[in-house]
Design a protein around this ligand. Structure first.
Ligand code: 4AD
Ligand code: MG
Length: 497
C-alpha cells in the first residue's frame, strides 16, 4: 500500500492506494475519483477500456465517501490536485457509502457541528487538525529540547485556582471534586522537585458565555520554572511561541494553503520582537485619540471597500447574462465571495462604534474585554505582552510589585484579534503574604495547606504561564471560532457528538 503523500516517489510506477471517495464525477466511459487517504488528495482516472468489467461496475457504483482500493500508474500532472494523477488499472470497492450528508454545497454551522464526526474528513478540518498536531509536537520539542520535564497533573482536584465561578463539580465518593481549571499549583510542586517542568493536558471551565474563544474543555500547556522572574518568564514564552510558529510555517505549508492562511503575517511573528508594555500603558493606548482616529479610519475604509464591491457585483451581474458557461461559474463564485466579504464588513461597521465607545470609556482597573483586546491589537502585527496588572483582577497566587497594587502577571495577546493566548505570572513565594491572599479571597486555607508547604520548605522565586492550545490553533490557522480547533469541541450547549 502506498500513501498519497508519497506519490512523488512512485512516478510511472504501479501502486495501490486505499482510501475514500472525496469527490466523484463520471462522463460516458470515464470516471474521475478524487480520492483521499488521510495523507492527501489525488485524482484517479478510470477508463472503461482499461479495467475489468467488475472493476468498471465498482467504479460506476461509487458515491461520495465510499471506501475503495485503487491500483494504477502514477502520472505527473500539474493541473491535477496534488500534482499527480492515477491511471487506474483496477478498482476494489470496500464499502459503498450511504448518501453522505455533507455535500459540497454550503451547510450551516449547527448542521456541521452535529455531524462533527464526519465533518472532520473535510479538507479545511483536516488541515486544521494537522496544524494542531504540528503545534503539539513543536511544544514538546521546544520544552524537551530545553530539559523541561513533562508532568501529568491531576484532573480531579480538591481546590479551585482560577476563581470559583467556572468550576465543574462532580461527586467523588463521599466527597466533592472539581475538574482541574489549571494544573499550575501541582506544577509548582513539581518544579520544586525538578526545576523546570511543563504540563500538557485538558483543563475545564464552566464558561457560561458563548464566545468564539471559549471552550469548557481545552488543552493547556503550563511550564513552571524555579528561580525564574517575570522577565525570564516572558522571554521563555516569546521563544516558545516563535518556535511553534516556525515549525508550522516550515512543515505545514500545504495545510496553511488549504486554510487560505496568509503566511507572511506569521513570518513576522518569527522574525520580529514581541511588543511588551504594562497594563497601564495599554490602557493609555486604548483610551487615546489615536485609537479613536484609527477606528474612524477603519470604518471609512470599510465603507469604501463595500461600495467598491457592490459596484463590481453590479457589473459582473450584467455580464452574466451573455457569458459562456465557465465564465458564469466564475462570476457566481465571485458573487458568493463578495457577499461573504460584505457580510463581514457590515458586521465590522456595526461593531466599530461599540468598540470605540468601550475603548474610550475603559476604566483603569477593569479587565480587557474581547473587543478591547481586538482594538488594542489592531495596532500591532506581532504578539503583545501586557504586564503589571491591577492585583484585584488577577489570581491570588500572583506576586505583586513593590507598590503592592500591581500583580506581576503577564498576558500575551495574539495579533489579528485572536485574543489572549497566554496567561502567566511570577508567583507569590512568601508564606505569610500568600496566606493573607488566600484569606482575602475567602478560599479554604485547609485545602491549600499542601500548596503553602511549598513556601515553608525551600521557597524560591518562581514563575510560569499557561498557553491555550485551541486559541493558538485558531490564530495560526486563521479560524474565526475555536470550535474548529479541536476534534470534538465542548462548549456550553455542545456535548454531542
Ligand atoms: O489566563 P489563564 O486563566 O491562566 C491560568 O490558568 C494559569 N493558571 C496559567 C499558568 O500561569 N500556569 O488561562 C491560560 C490560557 C489563556 O490565556 C487562554 O489561552 C486559555 O488558557 N484559556 C482558554 N481557552 C479556551 N477556552 C477557555 N475557556 C479558556 N480559558 C483560558
Ligand atoms: Mg487569563
Amino acid at each position: 500500500m502506498t500513501y498519497i503523500k508519497h506519490l512523488k516517489d512512485h512516478v510511472d510506477q504501479e501502486i495501490t492506494l486505499k482510501g475514500w471517495v472525496y469527490n466523484y464525477r463520471s462522463s460516458g466511459s470515464l470516471v474521475f475519483v478524487e480520492m483521499r487517504d488521510g495523507t492527501g488528495l489525488t485524482q484517479c482516472v478510470v477508463a472503461k477500456d482499461d479495467v475489468s468489467e467488475e472493476a468498471w461496475e465498482g467504479a460506476t457504483s461509487l458515491k461520495q465517501e465510499s471506501s475503495l482500493e485503487v491500483t494504477g500508474k502514477v502520472k505527473e500532472d500539474e493541473r491535477s490536485i496534488g500534482g499527480y494523477e492515477i491511471h487506474v488499472s483496477d478498482v476494489k470497492v470496500v464499502q459503498i457509502a450511504e448518501n453522505y450528508p455533507i455535500t459540497p454545497k454550503e451547510h450551516g454551522v449547527e448542521f456541521l457541528m452535529n455531524n462533527r464526526h464526519l465533518w472532520l474528513r473535510s479538507q479545511r478540518q483536516w488541515a486544521a487538525m494537522r496544524v494542531r498536531n504540528e503545534i503539539i509536537y513543536a511544544i514538546h520539542n521546544f520544552f524537551q529540547g530545553r530539559d523541561f520535564v513533562q508532568m501529568d497533573s491531576p484532573i480531579f482536584t480538591g481546590n479551585a485556582a482560577e476563581g470559583s465561578t467556572t468550576l465543574f463539580e462532580t461527586d467523588y465518593f463521599e466527597d466533592k471534586a472539581y475538574l482541574a481549571q489549571t494544573g499550575q499549583l501541582y506544577g509548582e510542586a513539581m518544579a520544586m522537585a525538578h526545576g523546570l517542568i511543563y504540563t500538557f493536558g485538558p483543563t475545564f471551565r464552566a464558561e457560561k458565555s458563548k464566545t468564539r474563544r471559549h471552550l469548557t474543555e481545552f488543552w493547556m500547556i503550563e511550564p513552571e520554572m524555579a528561580y525564574y522572574d517575570l522577565e525570564m518568564n516572558m522571554d521563555l514564552a516569546e521563544d516558545m511561541i516563535k518556535a511553534i510558529v516556525k515549525a508550522v510555517l516550515e512543515n505545514r505549508q500545504k495545510e496553511l494553503e488549504i486554510l487560505e492562511r496568509d503566511a507572511s503575517v506569521l513570518e513576522k511573528v518569527v522574525s520580529d520582537s514581541f511588543e511588551r508594555m504594562t497594563y497601564t500603558e495599554a490602557v493609555d493606548i486604548l483610551k487615546s485619540d489615536e485609537t479613536a482616529q484609527m477606528l474612524d479610519d477603519m470604518a471609512e475604509s470599510r465603507r469604501q471597500e463595500k461600495m467598491d464591491l457592490e459596484k463590481e457585483e453590479e457589473k459582473i451581474k450584467k455580464e452574466r447574462g451573455s457569458a459562456k458557461k465557465w465564465r458564469k461559474a466564475q462570476i457566481d463564485q465571485r458573487i458568493k465571495d463578495i457577499s461573504a466579504r460584505v457580510d463581514q464588513i457590515e458586521e465590522d461597521l456595526r461593531n466599530i462604534p461599540t468598540w470605540k465607545e468601550s475603548a474610550r470609556n475603559f476604566e483603569w482597573g477593569n479587565d480587557f474585554g474581547g473587543s478591547d483586546e481586538t482594538v488594542l491589537m489592531k495596532q500591532f502585527d506581532v504578539p503583545l505582552i501586557v504586564t503589571h496588572w491591577p492585583a484585584e483582577i488577577k489570581a491570588f497566587y500572583m506576586k505583586r510589585d513593590e507598590t503592592d497594587k500591581l500583580a506581576l502577571g503577564m498576558d500575551i495577546l495574539a495579533p489579528e484579534g485572536y485574543g489572549e493566548i497566554v496567561g502567566g505570572s511570577q508567583r507569590e513565594d512568601d508564606l505569610e503574604t500568600l496566606k493573607e491572599r488566600i484569606e482575602e479571597e475567602e478560599l479554604d486555607q485547609e485545602v491549600f495547606e499542601w500548596y503553602l508547604d511549598l513556601r515553608r520548605f525551600g521557597s524560591v522565586p518562581h514563575s510560569g504561564y499557561g498557553l491555550g492550545l485551541e486559541r493558538t490553533v485558531s490564530w495560526l490557522c486563521g479560524l474565526s471560532h475555536v470550535r474548529e480547533t479541536v476534534p470534538f469541541p465542548r462548549m456550553m450547549g455542545r456535548l454531542h457528538p
